[in-house]
Design a protein around this ligand. Sequence first.
Ligand code: AMP
Ligand code: FE
Ligand code: FE
Ligand code: ZN
Length: 307
Amino acid sequence: MLNRLVVPRRYDRDVRIDLHTHSNRSDGTDPVPDLVAHARAAGLDVLALTDHDTADGWAEGRTAAEAEAIGFVPGIEISCKVGTTSIHLLAYLADPSYEPLAAELAHVREGRTGRVPGMVERLNRLGIRITVEDVLAQATGTPSVGRPHVADALVALGAVADRKEAFDRFLAEGRPAHVQRYAIEPGRAIELVRAAGGVPVVAHPWGRGSRAVLTADEIGRLVAEHGLAGLEVDHQDHDAADRAALREIAAAHDLIVTGSSDHHGVGKTDHDLGCNTTAPDQFEALLAVAKLNAASSSAVPPEAYLP
Ligand code: AMP
Ligand code: FE
Ligand code: FE
Ligand code: ZN
C-alpha cells in the first residue's frame, strides 16, 4: 500500500531529501543554524534533524529552515538495543512530549551521561589522564553527553588523532573503556513512536554489527508485531550488496525505503550532507503514514515545514 501512493506535484522535480543528520544538540559538531545553512549550500531541498534521543534542536531548526526556505522534518534517533547490540530507530514527526516516550528518552539520556565517569575511570586505569570535566568541555549545548564527546576529549588531549581512532582503540563495544548503558527494546520503541503520532524507521539496519540481530525474520517480526514503517537502506554503513538485500526485505513487507547521510559535521568522515538521499515518493509515503498515525494518536505531533 505505502509504496503505491500518488506523488503530488510538488515533488515532480528532482528534489534532494536527506532524512538523517545530527547537530551539536547531540554528537554532531555544527550548531543547528549552521547545519541548516550547510544543507542549503549542499543543494538539499528537505532536511531532517535527528539528534540522538532529544528534540532540543527542533525549534531552532525550523526557524533556520524557514529563513533558508528549505524543508524541515523534525526527528529523533532513538537508542535501542537487542541484548548488548546497539540498534538505532529514527522517529519522524513524533510528539516528544508524549509522556511515555518522553520518559523513555529521559531514561536513555541519563544512562548515556551517567556512564561518562565510568569510561573516564577506565581510561585513567589505562594511563590516560582525562577527567569528566575534559569530556563536558566538549559537550556544549547537548543534554546527551556520550562516547563521541569522550572521543573529542581524547583528541583534544592528543591521545588519539580522531573520533574513529578513539572508538577503535577504547570506546567501541568490546574495547577496554567501553561501558554498557540503558537503551530501549526496539519493539517497544516502535510502538511508542507510533503512539506519539510518528513514523518509526530503522536507522542503518546492517551497520556496525546490528546485522546479526536484525535478520530478515526479525525485521518482519518488528513490522508484523509492532508496526515498523521503514528501513534506512541507503546509508554509508551499507555496501551495494547490503542495499540490494535490504531493498528486497523492504519490498517484501511494503516498508518505506529511506536514504540519508547521517551527517555529524566534522565528527564523521564520508558522511557529507546529501551523500545518500530519499526518493520523493518514499518521502510522500512517510508523510502519509505520519498523518495516519497522528490522526489515531492522543499526542500532539509536530508538522514538517515544506516551503
Ligand atoms: P553513545 O550514544 O554514547 O553510545 O555513542 C554512540 C555514537 O557514537 C553513535 O551515534 C555514533 O555517532 C558514534 N560512533 C559509534 N561508533 C563509532 C565509531 N566507530 N567511530 C566514530 N563514531 C562512532
Ligand atoms: Fe551519532
Ligand atoms: Fe545511528
Ligand atoms: Zn545518526
